[in-house]
Design a protein around this ligand. Structure first.
Ligand code: NAD
Length: 352
């Protein structure tokens, strides 16, 4: 039996998580898996109830489950709180407390949505790669850091074990995808820390001789992702470069409402759409649930080691889109759109 902690959060979070749980229930019923889902408050919803964005109880539940499914947190109501009490601080805390050192963001273009990309259809057709971003090290965490009236400074530092573990899971993912190429992205021509990153990635590569490893400078990578995204299979990169490149990679595929993510550590894993709480459409049954549903697919792939079930979910999304159903964010101007629950029902129907 698998235990999942569901934290719907704020805004459209509860709507898209409800859709993802419908898909989870449908696939569990189909295969006879036993799945127990426990719901816990987080973000503004938790603040309003308990005066804290992340209670010890929610954190403890996340530590004791097999996987966490998160909707989104935040919204105008909580924007003016002191920095340390804001939803973003709670998000960083949950990632840190669960030791989630790797962020995985797939960039997959669905054939039915080729027109939704800002790039030409023939450039993006067939794009299917994943970015492994190091999440708990690098310049976002390095000391010393600060600023005064004349200077601002941050420190980009990586420890050997931090690079080794992200490189290893990227190579393992490449193995699972059929020994595809890994591209390690750095700035080794300018930064010593990047030369160190490159050296360690090459050391880890010795354990995966069947996999091709390519190095690429980050400025070139930003250009190549837009020029010819199909050349990538697995990308591995540091926190800062990954932050930027995973957004570029995501957007070439179309809408924010389509993009799932996984944050994983040695013991815990958290799955969430990359979008926020979308207060402009919250409570209107308009949000696209696909990013959260695809996050459930990532859960089966990464936490439950059931890649075939993940493929079934991705296929059901693809089939539903092929029937022409669209939520408002992916509909063409003037095209009829369906609701969050309508899109969920269409995907569940394709699963069965
Ligand atoms: P957002 O992602 O919430 O919304 C940006 C735009 O995309 C909006 O127009 C929204 O309607 C649309 N959109 C997003 N998800 C959609 C979906 N599933 N279906 C259809 N349309 C969708 O970003 P924002 O407006 O910058 O932030 C809103 C709030 O969310 C803020 O409080 C922010 O701090 C928070 N936020 C939370 C997370 C998180 O929980 N991980 C991430 C980003 C932003």
């Amino acid at each position: 039996m698998y235990t999942i902690v569901s934290i719907p959060g704020d805004g459209i979070g509860p709507e898209v998580v409800a859709g993802a749980l419908d898909v989870l229930n449908a696939i569990s019923k189909k295969h006879g898996f036993e799945i127990q889902v426990e719901e816990h408050p987080f973000g503004g919803a938790s603040y309003d109830l308990h005066g804290s964005m992340l209670t010890d109880e929610t954190l403890e539940a996340c530590r004791n489950c097999d996987a966490v499914l998160l909707g989104a947190v935040g919204g105008p109501k909580w924007e003016n709180l002191p920095h340390a009490e804001k939803p973003e601080a709670a998000l960083l805390k949950i990632r840190r407390e669960l030791g989630l050192f790797a962020n995985l963001r797939p960039a997959k273009v669905y054939d039915a949505l080729l027109d939704a990309s800002t790039l030409k259809p023939d450039v993006v057709k067939g794009t299917d790669f994943v970015v492994f971003r190091e999440l708990t090290g690098g310049i976002y965490f390095g000391q010393p850091r600060g600023y005064d009236e004349n200077r601002g400074w941050n420190t980009m530092v990586y420890e050997r074990h931090e690079v080794e573990r992200i490189a290893r899971i990227a190579f393992e993912a490449a193995q699972k995808r059929g020994n595809v190429k890994v591209t390690s992205i750095d700035k080794a021509n300018v930064l010593e820390v990047s030369q160190f990153w490159r050296n360690i990635v090459h050391e880890v590569h010795k354990d995966f001789p069947e996999i091709e490893l390519a190095d690429m400078y980050v400025d070139n990578a930003a250009m190549q992702i837009v020029r010819n995204p199909k050349q990538f299979d697995v990308i591995v990169t540091s926190n800062l470069f990954g932050d930027i490149l995973s957004d570029i990679s995501g957007m070439i595929t179309g809408s924010l409402g389509m993009l799932p993510s996984a944050s994983i550590g040695t013991k815990h894993a958290l799955y969430e759409p990359i979008h926020g709480s979308a207060p402009d459409i919250a409570g209107q049954n308009k949000a696209n649930p696909i990013a959260t549903i695809a996050s459930v697919a990532m859960m089966f792939e990464n936490s439950f080691c059931m890649p075939d079930v993940a493929t079934e979910i991705y296929d059901a999304i693809e089939q539903a889109l092929a029937t022409g159903v669209r939520t408002a964010d992916i509909a063409k101007p003037g095209e009829k759109s369906i609701s969050t629950t309508g899109m969920t029902a269409a995907i569940v129907a394709c699963l069965q």
